[in-house]
Design a protein around this ligand. Structure first.
Ligand code: ACO
Length: 324
């Protein structure tokens, strides 16, 4: 049997038009630029206008990724959209993006692992591609967390932003892939942590969308204390070490969490791709947004070893190692 690899052949991203600085937020809640920057590293975020829905942002990012790959709608036979803020309870945001792009073949579905959604989606797409279940996948992270944030709660509303990012993964025979592709991944979930980070509504409980609730200190402690296990496992599965990484592209929730995790694993600070300062926490969109930034500004190049890693509500967390 031929062995297959999922190779990244394009990236794209999309941000809402409106930038909101920390200073602007001080008009809304009792906070300060100094507090937000010192605790989180966030200086600004993008907030979606009513017509900039998750599927609109996701479609723009996916189209940009297709353009980057030099591919068209006819080339894609799998669309996975990681999101916790779908336009509607159903149909899936992925099917709306599929329709908007004019993709008529293959399957499209949403994947919900909150902030870890993109890592789960890449891992899922990789299973399809390497087992012959699909040939080319659009893997998208798209969110409008501004719709589920409680704008009266200063402990959470300052943290989040909206946006979308996407990559195109292509199945190639291992020999033709020349070492490139998704090399390994490691995913975990532990539902006992539900109350530390959740949304207090939903179609099956309150019949409302609900608002995000978070015990910030608990999330921080878990994020730094426990999630490095998936990074270590992904490295071990690929037979490599942190010293071999060219780039570490973690979920962009908080600069302090990112730097503490990198220090713990022994990843040099100059290998971290950091976008939380300008994007805020865009949940499942944060990693593909950061990947697109670092690829377009020339940092991530073909052949580089890239680690993506995230933790989100559930808790669910994961890491994947990609030879770009
Ligand atoms: N502006 C000013 N003061 C604030 C604000 C704000 N926006 N928010 C909270 N405070 C106050 C609190 O009321 C508290 O005041 P008190 O001491 O008088 O009671 C004080 O600041 C300290 O609050 P803490 O919650 O202890 O602050 P902490 O240092 O833990 O920082 C933060 C809070 C930034 C949320 C931190 O816990 C964190 O980053 N946690 C991780 C959560 C996270 O990133 N979640 C994102 C979603 S999950 C994910 O993506 C992984």
């Amino acid at each position: 049997m031929t062995s297959l690899r999922s190779v990244v052949v394009g990236t794209g991203s999309s941000l809402p038009a409106r930038v909101v600085t920390n200073a602007e937020l001080t008009e809304r809640v009792d906070t300060s630029d100094e507090w937000i920057v010192q605790r989180t590293g966030i200086r600004q975020r993008y907030l979606a206008a009513p017509e900039e829905t998750t599927s609109v942002l996701g479609t723009r990012a996916a189209q940009a990724a297709l353009d980057d790959a030099g591919l068209s709608a006819d080339d894609i036979d799998l669309v996975i959209c990681a999101t916790s803020t779908p336009d509607h309870t159903f149909p899936s945001t992925a099917t709306q993006i599929q329709a908007a792009l004019g993709i008529r073949q293959g399957a499209a579905f949403d994947l919900q692992a909150v902030c870890a959604g993109f890592v789960f989606a890449v891992t899922t797409a990789d299973k399809f591609l390497t087992t012959g279940g699909a040939r080319r996948a659009l893997v998208i992270g798209a969110e409008t967390f501004s719709r589920i944030v409680d704008w009266e709660d200063r402990t959470t509303c300052v943290l989040f932003g909206d946006g979308a990012g996407a990559i195109v993964l292509e199945a190639r025979e291992a020999e033709a892939a020349e070492g490139r592709g998704v090399l390994s991944s490691s995913l975990r979930s532990d539902g006992r942590h539900r109350d530390k980070l959740y949304v207090d509504g939903g179609p099956g409980s309150t019949g409302t969308t609900g608002h995000l609730r978070m015990e910030g200190r608990e999330v921080f402690r878990f994020a730094v204390g426990s999630v490095t296990d998936v990074i270590v496992e992904a490295l071990e599965r690929a037979g490599t070490t942190a010293a071999d990484l060219d780039w570490f592209v973690p979920h962009q929730a908080n600069r302090r969490i990112i730097e503490a995790s990198a220090d713990k694993i022994g990843i040099a600070r100059d290998k971290i791709v950091l976008t939380v300062d300008r994007h805020g926490n865009t949940s499942a969109a944060s990693i593909p947004l950061a990947l697109d930034v670092a690829r377009r500004d020339g940092r991530i190049r073909e052949g580089d070893l890239v680690m993506i890693e995230a933790i989100g509500g559930g808790f669910s967390w994961g890491a994947a190692l990609i030879r770009w």
